[in-house]
Design a protein. Structure first.
Length: 494
């Protein structure tokens, strides 16, 4: 296994190298596709690794897929991998300004708990290194997921990607004559009106896992001058009506294999514009490698910090249309599994929607079951949640709460409402049949509240949930904890 993953990682890193290296890498990839399928999960994992070779998570996914298909026991593949490594070890001049010297470099295998020392060197620069310099960056048990970084100054990680996200919104359009101009922070003037469509979001080649883009001053503070890394909306295309929307989406899903028909529906929180919601949904879907399509429902948040109470009224007024959107997604979209990620105040709309859906299907011959239901930094009254938890449990076998002790917006909500909130610790809310995960650290630049989508380890944990449906005790980034009265929760150290 070592030689195969080493060759794939090296090939992904130095795909700008000489012809011999490129040919050896192409031969190894072609062999893998011939034996295990051009559209296999392994082929997809290798493609994703090419786009972001510095991702420990994507390296681990490739390692997992190689083991799953038994590639480590295939002599022909092993020989092709060794040939690639040998071509790298010869070093020498390559195209343009690239000078590759891999003769003293060792590229380790995170998935095999190997030691990684040094790295591929280009013009004397170490391209695999730790924050402490040219030292071991992953060693021994538990090496999977350890942070490491690969300098990107000399080569392109991936070409820009256009990622589609499907939407429903009860916001008033900016221009009713031209819906491509987007939507405002006001509610639709027609009671219950909903607009449907698709946003194409451009993800730049400088995209960093877990981020939608950083302000110039953040890049300056971190001494990162590689250019604008912001995700942007390329196009907003609205459907004629709801029937047209569901028909288009179902057609897309039915073009895919049945195992590739996952949907993730994102419900944004307080202080989000329509554009914010679209971009965040795209970032989540792209980074989580959703095997299907990502969608979002955008309720009319004013997208202003001091409009909190206005947003409270708007999410309450949106409960019925959120209910219809989620219920229709299970019935009309063509998705086999519909997962939900609700953030912050969006959890209030989700709670009431699930209560409404549970009431509608209670005596129906057509039951509804969602996949994963993920409550991220939920700005919810704990008592209100406890009264409604049966609705969650009746509609999904897996509900996960991500909370933090340092989430400033939810903490302020707790102070405002004078009662505990589900997304802030203490107290920690633990309910039978529901997994509670405490997120230990967070990004200070986000005042804590953006941690759910910008903490790399947390996104990896959500990936394990959605892709594999793993319980907390099998997810490698979680450790079991107990309260003083013996109740179990899980700690995620980001």
């Amino acid at each position: 296994m070592n030689s195969i993953i080493t060759a794939l990682l090296a090939g992904a890193l130095v795909k700008v190298g000489g012809q011999a290296v490129q040919d050896a890498y192409a031969k190894l990839k072609a062999l893998l596709q011939l034996k295990f399928g051009a559209n296999s999960e392994l082929a997809e994992a290798v493609q994703q690794l090419e786009q972001d070779p510095d991702s420990a998570w994507r390296t681990a996914v490739v390692t997992e897929e190689l083991a799953k298909v038994g590639a480590d026991k295939d002599e022909e593949i092993i020989k092709a991998a060794e040939a690639l490594v040998q071509s790298l070890e010869k070093g020498g001049q390559v195209s343009g300004k690239y000078q590759v010297d891999a003769r003293k470099a060792k590229i380790g295998v995170l998935g095999d708990h190997a030691t990684i020392k040094g790295g591929i060197r280009i013009d004397g620069n170490v391209f695999i290194h730790s924050d402490r310099g040219d030292k071991n960056i992953a060693q021994g048990d538990g090496a999977i997921g350890k942070r490491f970084r690969i300098s990107k100054d000399y080569f392109t990680i991936h070409e820009p990607v256009v990622y589609p996200v499907w939407f429903g919104t009860n916001r008033e359009p900016n221009d009713k004559e031209d819906l491509s101009k987007g939507f405002s922070g006001n509610r639709t003037k027609e009671l219950g009106a909903v607009y449907y469509g698709r946003c194409d979001v451009a993800i730049p080649k400088t995209h960093r896992f877990g981020e939608t883009g950083r302000a110039w001053w953040k890049r300056w503070v971190s001494l990162d001058f590689k250019g604008n890394d912001h995700l942007t909306i390329e196009k907003i295309e609205c459907c004629k009506d709801s029937d047209d929307f569901w028909h288009q989406l179902k057609s897309r899903f039915w073009e895919r294999e049945i195992t590739e028909r996952d949907a993730v529906v994102f419900l944004h929180g307080f202080n989000n514009s329509f554009e914010d919601a679209a971009i965040r949904a795209a970032q989540i879907g792209f980074d989580l490698k959703i095997r299907g399509y990502t969608a979002f429902f955008s309720w009319p948040s004013k997208a202003k910090v001091f409009k909190y109470t206005v947003d409270e009224s708007s999410i309450s007024a949106s409960e019925d249309v959120i209910t219809d959107f989620l219920l229709d997604f299970t019935k009309k979209s063509g998705a086999e599994r519909v997962h939900i990620i609700a953030h912050s105040m969006g959890n209030r709309g989700l709670l009431q929607a699930l209560k409404n859906i549970a009431g509608k299907v209670q005596f129906s011959d057509s039951p509804v079951e969602f996949g994963q239901i993920i409550l991220a930094a939920p700005d919810l009254d704990v008592e209100v949640f406890r009264r409604a938890k049966d609705a969650y449990l009746s509609l999904s076998k897996s509900i996960t709460i991500y909370s933090s002790s340092k989430d400033i917006p939810v903490f302020l909500s707790k102070r405002l409402h004078e009662y505990p909130r589900l997304g802030i610790i203490p107290p920690i809310t633990i309910e039978e049949g529901i997994d509670t995960v405490k997120v230990n650290n967070f990004n200070l630049f986000n005042l804590g509240h953006g941690y759910f989508a910008e903490a790399e380890a947390l996104l990896h944990d959500i990936y394990d949930l959605i892709r594999h449906g793993e319980s907390p005790k099998y997810r490698q980034r979680l450790s079991e904890q107990q309260t003083e009265d013996g109740k179990i929760f899980w700690l995620l150290d980001t």
